[in-house]
Structure formats: structure tokens, C-alpha cells
Design a protein around this ligand. Structure first.
Ligand code: TMP
Ligand code: ASP
Length: 235
């Protein structure tokens, strides 16, 4: 399958149309941003690593009956995907307190949550992706109540599969962000799942092995991404 026109360029990926109108190609870039583009940089070979990790995790989710946009991994940086009408809701699932949960509510970082928290954020860079509830999303017209219920239950199901998978690989799945889209009347998981969109801590040492190393200049960014890839792909 060949790329035709560039449909969209995001912070970490480009999306191309293909000769088949139902399919697009996601190309993973090395560009990295944080804090809604306020911090910019690049992480060597990140695109290759995130494509490999995402393809593996989307395949795993499909095996567990969770529908995704993945068709196949085409090359190092290219993922062939079903075309989605992206739902403008970022779904965050949290198992352990970190990041904005600590800032916003005063949890101590590392507190294990008694049950996972699912949050919705409006996908809108100009507004800095504000946290929202179901009523906001419905009022804004970004999703129906029925769709929001599907997003929440899908996110919880994905969390169960991923938590178990990462635990076997000696990684704590602290939190992660998902995006979904509409395709022929169904909702599919889209975007990517990678160290850009998840927090992973080593099970024994709590070492951070994700984009927080870039966000907070902790060093060893590339090594952390490669280590996650090694554990995920079992290489
Ligand atoms: P947060 O603690 O900053 O709200 O982030 C929660 C999770 O969502 C974390 O794993 C990082 C991920 N995330 C994204 O993938 N994209 C984003 O724009 C933000 C803010 C967070
Ligand atoms: N992805 C977001 C950005 O590019 C935020 C983040 O991951 O920290 O700014």
C-alpha cells in the first residue's frame, strides 16, 4: 500500500491517505513535544521504537477482542490503519498517582489507586486539552452519552489486558492515554500506545521508563524507550 496525500501532521506522527479510501498510513516521527508544544525536541529512533511497540500492543488487544485501527505494520516507521473519524476525547486511565493527578488533587506520587480512574480530556490544543466530564462532552457535541460509555468500558478492558502484559515484563503501568475513532458505525481504538502516551515504572526500582524522562530532563531518554521495546517485544 502506497502513501498518497498527507492528510494530517501531528506532533509525533504524520497521517497519509492511501490508494484505498478506507485505509491510512501513520508514519511515526522522532519529534517530541511536551506540555502542549511548550517544550520541543527529538528522541533518536523514537518513531521506529513507538511503531514497533504500538503494533505489538494493538495486536495483543485485538487478540483479546478489543477492536483497533491496526491493519498491519508496513515498515520501521509506517503502520497501515483503518481510516477513523477521530473522536475529540482523550481518554486517560490511571492506576498509580502521577503527573497531573498529583498536581491537580494533591495525591502523593506513587500512591496505588484503590480502583483505576478514567478521565476524559477535550482534544483541543488551543484550549490545552481541558479535563471534562460527560456533560461537557455531550454539550460540546464531541461524543454522545452512549459513545462515552463505550470509551470508558473499552478503556477499562484495555487497562486489564495491558496491566497484566506489562506486569509479566516487570513494568508498572502507571497511567496511559487512548484515542478512539468512528469507523462504519463502530468505535475502534486509534492513535498509538507507547512510552510517549504511557507512564511505565520498573517493577523493582520504580525507575521511570517513559516520556517523563524527556518532559523533566531526566536523561537516558533513548535508553528508556529501547528498554521498554526490549521488554515488550521480548528481544
Ligand atoms: P497527565 O498526568 O499529564 O495528565 O498524563 C496522563 C497520561 O496521559 C500519561 O501517561 C501521559 C499521557 N498523555 C498523553 O499521551 N498526551 C498528553 O497530551 C497528555 C497531557 C498526557
Ligand atoms: N503530547 C503533549 C504535547 O505534545 C503533552 C505531553 O505528552 O506531555 O505537548
Amino acid at each position: 500500500m502506497k502513501k498518497t496525500t498527507l492528510l494530517y501532521e501531528g506532533k509525533a506522527k504524520k497521517v497519509y491517505l492511501t490508494e484505498d479510501e478506507g485505509l491510512v498510513i501513520q508514519e511515526f516521527k522522532d519529534d517530541a513535544t511536551a506540555f502542549n508544544n511548550k517544550k520541543k525536541g527529538s528522541i533518536a529512533e523514537k518513531g521506529v521504537v513507538n511503531n514497533a511497540i504500538s503494533c505489538k500492543l494493538f495486536t495483543l488487544l485485538e487478540e483479546h477482542g478489543i477492536p483497533t485501527h491496526l491493519v498491519e505494520k508496513l515498515s520501521d516507521r509506517d503502520m497501515l490503519c483503518r481510516y477513523l473519524e477521530i473522536i475529540k476525547v482523550e481518554v486517560v486511565v490511571r492506576n498509580i498517582a502521577a503527573g497531573s493527578l498529583v498536581k491537580r488533587y494533591g495525591f502523593s506520587e506513587g500512591t496505588v489507586l484503590t480502583e483505576p480512574i478514567v478521565e476524559f480530556y477535550l482534544k483541543d490544543d488551543d484550549l490545552d486539552d481541558p479535563l471534562m466530564n460527560d456533560a461537557h462532552a455531550v454539550a460540546l457535541g464531541v461524543a454522545t452519552r452512549e459513545e462515552l460509555a463505550v470509551l470508558k468500558s473499552r478503556a477499562e478492558a484495555i487497562n486489564l489486558v495491558l496491566k497484566a502484559f506489562f506486569a509479566e515484563r516487570k513494568l508498572k503501568l502507571v497511567d496511559f492515554k487512548l484515542e478512539f475513532g468512528r469507523n462504519n458505525g463502530t468505535i475502534l481504538l486509534g492513535d498509538e500506545i507507547s512510552p510517549d502516551t504511557c507512564r511505565f515504572w520498573d517493577l523493582d526500582t520504580n525507575e521511570k521508563l517513559d516520556k517523563d524522562r524527556f518532559r523533566f530532563d531526566l536523561g537516558g531518554v533513548e535508553d528508556a524507550y529501547s528498554e521498554v521495546q526490549r521488554r515488550v517485544l521480548g528481544a
